[in-house]
Design a protein. Sequence first.
Length: 598
Amino acid sequence: MPRIIVQKFGGTSVGDTSRIRRAAARAVAAQKAGMQVVMVVSARGKKTDELVRLAGEFDIDPPARELDMLLATGEQESVALMAMAIREAGAEAVSLTGGQIGISTDDTYGKARIRAIKTDRLKEHLDAGRIVVAAGFQGVSESGDITTLGRGGSDLTAAALAAVLGAERCEIYTDVPGVFTVDPRIEPSARKLDCIGYDEMLELASLGAGVMHSRSIEFAGKYGVPVVVRSSLTDEPGTLIARAGSVPSRPVTGLALVRDAARVTLAGLPDRPGVMAEIFRRMADRAIPLDMVVQDLSVAGIAEVSFTVPQEDLAGALAAAKVAVDELDGAEVTVGTDLAKISAVGAGMPDRPGVAAKMFRTLAGIDCNVVLVTTSEIKVSCLIARDRADEAIRAVHAAFALDREESAGAGRDGNEPLSPAEQRVRTVVEGLQGMEDIVVADVSLDTDQARLSVRPVPDRPGVLADLFEAVAGGPDDDPSTGATVDMIVQNVSHAGHAAISFTVPASEAELAAQLAGAPAATWGEGEVQTDPHVAKLSVSGVGLRSHTGVGLKLFAALAEAQVNVQLIGTSEMRVSVVVAANEGERAVEAVREAFGIA
Ligand code: ADP
Ligand code: ASP
Ligand code: MG
């Protein structure tokens, strides 16, 4: 078997002729070392932005098909130049467009999904001793139109080619020496990570760490391709993204920021099955990805749901929300703009309670108010005012001492036996029709949970910190005195009052209620309600949140089974809902059936 390597070069790494030559030299060196080499190349420098701007001169909303036709030219220019540079360096090369590589996609222009890749042509060139220079970011739809995979999509091309070719490694050459604890442009003391697991990287990328396209990590994780992110300008070793070897010793691995979030809240909703499904359906119809989805406990039969969308999707989301609430008497839609989402990610979180409390305390320390909160096993996300974002990132980075070196969990080389969960993903992957199909590996039910809701709480900095520090047993999160908080949900406030809900293991319900009672008592009418037995249903898999269809399918199945949803929490790898204890079994059966899981 020939050894294959995929090397991807981003825009700045092919920005001018000397950089193109440098990239070509890397590929030639790898070939000389005995590898078959596939290069994936992006458009030069800011070319794609320039083309977008140019299109805007004619039409503020250019036809998607024509825009894809235009944007794909950026990569076409780069591959031809790269092939010439390789010839100049004395090796054989051939440049290929997305279509010529054999990448077929669906026809969602601008964010097309890869259906299949035919590799015969590619392999012929490789076997003939040529370096294949593949255009990133593009494919061809069934009808023969050129499509693009979404901004930053060359990473996806690279990961996909590495997967189908069974490449030994996928190298991502960029303008930073690896994956850092946070974007080094925001926090100069950010530290480079030597290695990071797919799960953590997927969360980071999908929560805003722009260094890698999140769908490329989804791909690499699904197919188990080791990815190395490194600088195209130096020979530093970079960051290895692979299956995590062990749970990291630190609770937080990295931070991510999304600067352009907008909030949409649907209030006055009837608290009955089917409402969430209706909302998700309207959003999915317009391919609007919902980000932080927050539903808190209903009051007097009236429910409320909030979610965030990219600012650019706000108009579409509002139109869809209007359609959804028009049928529901008394429901209304409100929005919040100029918001940012800051997230902390770490596979070590489940073993270290108090991470959320520490993040809340840090934000309170800079007097930064938190609008919405969502959590999953390995992340905490807070929605805050955009103009506080940089300051907040720096404060949280310092609070978790992310600039300081710590022995990281060693990466695995891929030869160890798969865990049961990984085995399930592998089985599902083998049965995929299209390469980017949704992978739902498991639907599970945890009937051993209790839900606590604290309301009303004043809407000011420090409240979340007081509450969760108390529940965690104090600021130093001593696990022997505190309760283990699982999901945290905070919805938007009304008239200065907010509500916060969270879950803990049922055995810790009483303790948690007692601990939460202390700060609640200081908030005047603040009251803790406990439901000692609820069921938490989780759909887990890969890249769930970015597939608009997952939420829709989940909520449609629950509605069909007449199960009411109390709380919702979402992440890239898991969507969880809390339902009444006696509805758990019915819910899990319906959802398993919907996702075709035995
Ligand atoms: P390319 O054109 O090579 O694909 P990108 O601009 O897409 O490069 O990605 C590299 C940039 O990602 C860096 O310049 C950096 O500012 C940004 N970035 C965001 N988050 C991180 C992070 N956690 N680690 C490293 N870089 C990051
Ligand atoms: N050229 C495309 C972009 O700028 C794809 C990429 O660079 O990954 O988004
Ligand atoms: Mg990129």
